[in-house]
Design a binder for this molecule. Structure first.
Ligand code: URA
Length: 195
């Protein structure tokens, strides 16, 4: 466990705990505001993320930015990280052993950020850290309380690109998030928006 954000980031960038280290270009540690009250957790970096070292900067990331903007949020007032910090080859799902090898970095990030709300993007991250039997179609947008943190799972933006019919439900989840932020967060500025 690191008590200091910079030490954590420096050590994480040197990680060789699993074989994904052999094929990565960059470790994708996270992006946004480490003092945020709201944290988003995705699955793992894709090609553009691997190339740039930043999470959610490819097509899925652009959709995520749009959804954030739609409820008056931006990367300046949230923090985004992934379950695994290195790109799985061919963008396959991260293997359970890779998730296990990597999860301590994320747990350390969560313990330093101490978010009030965590949003899981997609089934993989929600199952790993919120609810092992999480079903995104049935339980998206529902808040669960765990260890004093409110948690919610929603559709992964890459899945929304494949199944755009779920976008209205996903936008509704983001509106619920916005309302929850207004209710319980003190330092998260929500820009004015049109519904
Ligand atoms: N998908 C993810 O889960 N994370 C990223 O950083 C990019 C795409």
């Amino acid at each position: 466990m690191y008590n200091n954000w910079n030490d954590l980031q420096e050590e994480c960038k040197k990680c060789e705990k699993c074989d994904l280290a052999k094929t990565r270009i960059n470790v994708v540690f996270g992006d946004g505001n480490p003092n945020a009250e709201v944290m988003f957790i995705g699955e793992g970096p894709g090609q553009t993320e691997d190339e740039t070292g930043k999470p959610f900067v490819g097509r899925a990331g652009q959709l995520l930015d749009k959804m954030l903007a739609g409820v008056g949020l931006s990367r300046d007032n949230i923090y985004i990280a992934n379950i695994v910090k290195c790109r799985p080859p061919q963008n396959r799902d991260p293997l359970p052993a890779e998730q296990e090898a990597c999860i301590e970095w994320l747990r350390n990030q969560v313990s330093l950020i101490r978010p009030k709300i965590i949003v899981f993007l997609g089934r993989i991250s929600a199952m790993k850290l919120m609810k092992p039997d999480f079903k995104v179609t049935k339980e998206h947008g529902q808040f669960f309380e765990k260890n004093g943190v409110l948690m919610m799972g929603t559709f992964h933006p890459a899945a929304l690109l494949r199944s755009p019919g779920n976008k209205p439900d996903a936008f509704e989840d983001f509106r619920k998030l916005r309302d929850k932020i207004s209710e319980i967060c003190e330092n998260t500025e929500i820009e004015s928006f049109e519904n």
